[in-house]
Design a protein around this ligand. Structure first.
Ligand SMILES: [Zn+2]
Ligand SMILES: [Zn+2]
Length: 447
């Protein structure tokens, strides 16, 4: 090396095998570089911080601190982040390109390192550095963050439909019912400025709390029938008590009392501490007309179902989607035989043709299938379908998406899981392709 020429650059060799380090130093010094050595990872990092060399030739496998950890530490420190690094590694070392970019490794040298290869890479480093503008530090993961992040609009208060109560008969709290939920019937479609609620089982209490947090004040409540599990949440429906809410309650004309009287009944002093007079919303009760009920471009139609009393099912046409809500319907009442025996023209279907037709254009059907075929034998006339009979209705109406609701209070999560697999098998056996799921409290689909 010439004693007059200044060194071409400063290099720190991190190498724990002394003989290798010695040979490297010889070759590099002969080529005009100033050289320091470090015998382990810790020493290498300390010397790099102290000497701030232009380049570190870094053995990846070093005692005390792994070469990659030395690198990470160098890059994490403003004072050392721009030091060049050539990594020496075994031939079969597989460089991870992402890590290479992130850590700003200039190049690799395969071990054993031969002097010509070392000089070629080191010279290349300095040539590149001297001819190119100051190298930018390699992009860090954080720099991948775009100035305008990809964020498709998500409005949790947007148009949607959601199940708030999927249980029939009576609420079922408890650990065995967590998955499907324990609230009785309630379903809600949110669209534009309006809330379309179907049934006021215990699920409507929580729905009311959600409505209070939002902006919508127009509520259309459609009651399928006035059995407890479909109205028992109404006294706990907060918006009914708050001025500024407009609530219309729709229901079929009953055989005895009118709709308002039935609702007033459960607010009787003997049953409940507050009365209907305390409900300060603009509350109106109306009987279902024969023509569709329209609110803007949403329409709601109805059809009688097979269930004790005057019970109906609804269909809402909203935003191009028709969703049918029929939680209580004993299809093919009394039939306990093989569903394959019921053909489309079977006389047993006669009383149900209107309902089959009504559901014929539904995109989504929310319908019960409360009893297993065995259970149904002792529940005939209770107003609920056997699983196999409900599958037949789904087939005859041509339903392609079925959400099962009105789960029996005796059926816990494990049982319902098995029941769903039987449902799928029956639909397959009936050669009807249909996506079927069990509804659960909180189940939400955006429109
Ligand atoms: Zn019910
Ligand atoms: Zn009922």
């Amino acid at each position: 090396m010439s004693t007059t020429a200044p060194p071409k650059g400063s290099i720190l060799i991190g190498e724990d095998v002394r003989l290798i380090a010695f040979r490297m130093r010889q070759a590099l010094e002969a080529a005009g570089y100033s050289v320091e050595e470090a015998a382990d990872g810790e020493q290498c990092l300390a010397k790099a911080r102290m000497l701030k060399p232009d380049l570190v030739v870094l053995d990846i496998m070093m005692p005390k601190l792994h070469g990659i950890d030395v690198l990470k530490a160098l890059r994490a420190d403003l004072k050392t982040e721009s030091i060049g690094v050539i990594v020496c590694a075994a031939k079969d070392y597989k460089a991870d390109p992402a890590q290479t970019a992130e850590l700003g490794i200039h190049d690799y040298l395969a071990k054993p390192v031969e002097s010509p290869a070392l000089l070629e890479k080191v010279n290349s480093f300095f040539t590149t550095r001297d001819t190119e503008p100051a190298t930018q530090p390699a992009p860090k993961a954080n720099d991948m963050t775009s100035a305008t992040p990809y964020a498709p609009p998500f409005d949790e208060w947007g148009n949607r439909y959601a199940l708030w109560g999927c249980r029939g008969s009576t609420p079922t709290p408890g650990a065995r019912f967590l998955k499907h939920g324990g609230n009785t019937s309630c379903f809600c479609v949110t669209y534009g400025e309006d809330k379309f609620i179907f049934d006021a089982g215990s699920g409507i209490r929580e729905l009311g709390a959600e409505i209070m947090r939002g902006k919508r004040r127009r509520i259309h409540l459609f009651i399928t029938h006035t059995h407890w599990d479909h109205i028992q949440g109404f006294p706990f429906f907060t918006p009914a008590y708050v001025p500024g809410f407009e609530i219309t309650v729709w229901g079929a004309e009953l055989f005895g009392k009118d709709l308002r009287s039935v609702f007033r009944g459960q607010l009787d002093r003997d049953y409940f501490p507050v009365q209907m007079e305390d409900m300060n919303s603009n509350l109106e009760f109306r009987h279902l007309p024969s023509q569709p009920i329209t609110v803007g471009d949403v329409s709601v139609t109805w059809e009688y179902s097979q269930h004790p009393g005057a019970t109906v099912g609804y269909k809402i046409d909203v935003n191009g989607l028709r969703i049918a809500w029929v939680p209580d319907n004993e299809f093919l009442q009394g039939y306990t035989g093989d569903p394959h025996a019921i053909t489309r023209d079977h006389p047993l279907l006669t009383p149900y043709r209107k309902m089959i037709h009504f559901l014929g254009d539904a995109d989504v059907l929310i319908h019960e299938a409360q009893y297993t075929p065995e259970e149904y034998c002792s529940k005939i006339g209770w107003g609920h379908s056997s699983l196999s009979n409900a599958c037949l209705l789904v087939k005859f109406a041509g339903i392609r998406r079925w959400v099962i609701t009105h789960h029996d209070p005796q059926h816990d999560d494990d049982f319902l899981q098995r029941k769903l697999s039987i449902t799928r098998r029956i639909l397959r056996d009936l050669d009807h392709e249909c996506s079927v799921t069990h509804g659960y409290d909180g189940m939400t689909e955006y429109l």
